[in-house]
Design a protein around this ligand. Structure first.
Ligand code: SF4
Length: 242
């Protein structure tokens, strides 16, 4: 069972395991989760480097593993192009989005609401429509201040397991993996971005925190869109601030 592989505190693994050991651990976690949840195991693919690494790992475990992408009207053209290429290559990647009417530039006045509507709601829909019992993410504990406390396996919503199989990887190890296996990545990394999101909320930054370029100038700076922190199996209140 998946829970038998999970350590309560993985902080020692971040520096205590080498790259090859981390890759084996990640593959083992996905393999066990696939044994436990079968077709209910689905990869959430944000089209960033961490997601494409997890997608590649999952495909090594079983090529039939499905995935979903949540996109928004504000994604950069490079990300949309990359998404179209990925979906053409992997038809088992399903795309979800929201067409809800929202105030102009809600991302400036109420970014949490904007993310709830454009990202969290379609994620909830993906989980429901694809009958997901275990979703797999590319979340890593060294990405930034908001990601230090996550675990490899979580159950924030009863009945919905979240597996974070590369939680203990460093940024460098993700790039190492992608280079070794010649995995295609979003071309925005070539322009200097380190963390990718919607165009108005993502900037190129310097410094230690990978996610420092997200939501600069708002209350959410360096934070989270909500898919890792909000309930995904209960209704979200969608009151829009005008
Ligand atoms: S990242 Fe910005 S534009 Fe995208 S959903 Fe969140 S607040 Fe809106």
């Amino acid at each position: 069972m998946l829970k038998d592989l999970v350590a309560e505190d993985v902080s020692g693994f971040v520096t205590g395991l080498n790259f090859a050991q981390k890759v084996q651990r990640s593959l083992g976690l996905i393999e066990q989760a696939y044994n436990d949840y079968g077709d209910g195991l689905v990869v959430a693919n944000s089209l960033g480097k961490d997601s494409v690494a997890v997608w590649h790992l999952a495909k090594r475990v079983n090529p039939e593993i499905r995935g979903f992408i949540v996109t928004t009207r504000y994604k950069p053209p490079e990300t949309v192009q990359f998404m179209n290429e990925q979906v053409a290559q992997y038809p088992e990647l399903k795309v979800f989005s929201s067409e809800a009417e929202i105030p102009d530039k809600l991302y400036l006045t109420a970014p949490d609401q904007c993310c709830d509507i454009l990202k969290v709601e379609p994620t909830k829909r993906a989980i429901e429509e694809m009958k997901v019992s275990c979703w797999v993410t590319g979340l890593r504990c060294t990405e930034g201040r908001t990601r230090t406390d996550f675990k490899e396996v979580e159950e924030r919503d009863p009945g919905l397991i979240k597996l974070n199989p590369i939680l203990i990887w460093h940024e460098r190890e993700v790039w190492q993996y992608l280079a070794l296996y010649k995995v295609s990545v979003n071309p925005l990394y070539g322009k200097g971005y380190r963390s990718l999101g919607c165009l108005p909320c993502t900037k190129i930054t310097l410094g230690a925190d990978e996610r420092a370029g997200r939501w600069i100038g708002t209350s959410k700076c360096g934070g989270e869109c909500g898919i890792h922190t909000r309930p995904l199996k209960t209704s979200l209140e969608m009151k829009i601030t005008k």
